[in-house]
Write a new protein. Structure first.
Ligand SMILES: Nc1ncnc2c1ncn2[C@@H]1O[C@H](COP(=O)(O)OP(=O)(O)OP(=O)(O)O)[C@@H](O)[C@H]1O
Length: 245
């Protein structure tokens, strides 16, 4: 069974149809790029998968059979979403506090939450700035902090909405290394992005959203990436050097 199956999802706003009987599957251990033009519905699709909004019709099935579920009273999530508006998702007074909220909200004991927080901060290279206020971090550090929080969730599937928006090259590298840590931990990731070239070397699956549906869905490899009809969907950045990431 695939990790995620979407079956004929439809969604309209005030009679304007945005997604129309959209279907797709996502294999386990995927790092998928979700590409598509502005306004095609990428963010909406991620919100539907994260259960933040309901479709008008259709079904979403997630296979959590193999997910490590915590014992006892601890809650767990199946899907975590990093939204585009980064600052609105940072809640703590310090980097430490912000990360600590994740295991605390999941119902971990104080000691376990402290252990998880320290581990995630060290793992994501944020330990040295643990006393800094989140709103004083750079854009790349903010996203890393959010990825570190998601790392503690035990979610099977992680959704990232435009994780490279407004970042310089150093920050792009930081976010890419954060995504690599999530992948190494066995999580699957869907990355909605216009900046395909920044993540193509990490990705192993491609989803293109066009005309209210997934118009193209296939495994992505170094060998087949040049055969994808990127131009048909206006997705290859004419200003970026060929896939150099
Ligand atoms: N809550 C809402 N109410 C009305 N229309 C909405 C709502 N949310 C999204 N839309 C519309 O749905 C369409 C898809 O929006 P969405 O933000 O998902 O696109 P996108 O592909 O993520 O765009 P971008 O790449 O620019 O971020 C747009 O036309 C948008 O105006």
């Amino acid at each position: 069974m695939p990790l995620l199956t979407l079956n004929r999802l439809s969604k309209s706003y005030e009679k304007k149809c945005i997604l129309d009987a959209l279907s797709m599957t996502l294999p386990h251990r995927s790092c998928a790029i979700l590409a598509g033009a502005c306004g095609s519905g990428k963010s909406l699709l991620l919100r539907l998968i994260a259960d933040l909004e309901k479709p008008d019709s259709g079904a979403i099935t997630l296979d959590t059979e193999h997910q490590t579920k915590p014992k006892g009273k601890t809650k767990y999530r199946s899907v975590s979403l990093l939204m585009q508006s980064v600052e609105s998702q940072l809640l703590g007074q310090s980097v430490w506090d912000d990360l600590y909220l994740h295991p605390m909200l999941a119902g971990e004991s104080n000691d376990e939450a402290k252990r998880i927080t320290e581990e995630a901060l060290r793992h994501f290279g944020l330990w040295h700035i643990r006393h800094q206020a989140p709103h004083t971090l750079s854009g790349g550090q903010m996203r890393l902090l959010l990825l570190a929080g998601i790392f503690t969730h035990r979610s099977a599937l992680i959704l990232l909405d435009e994780p490279f928006a407004n970042l310089d090259y150093t920050a792009v590298k930081q976010v890419r290394s954060g995504i690599e840590l999530l992948l190494k931990a066995g999580k699957s990731v869907i990355i909605a992005t216009h900046e395909v070239e920044k993540v193509i070397s990490l990705a192993n699956y491609l989803l293109i959203l066009s005309e209210k549906k997934i118009a193209l869905e296939r495994p992505l490899t170094e060998k087949n990436r040049d055969q994808i009809p990127w131009q048909d969907f206006d997705l290859k950045d004419p200003y970026a050097p060929a896939w150099q990431w």
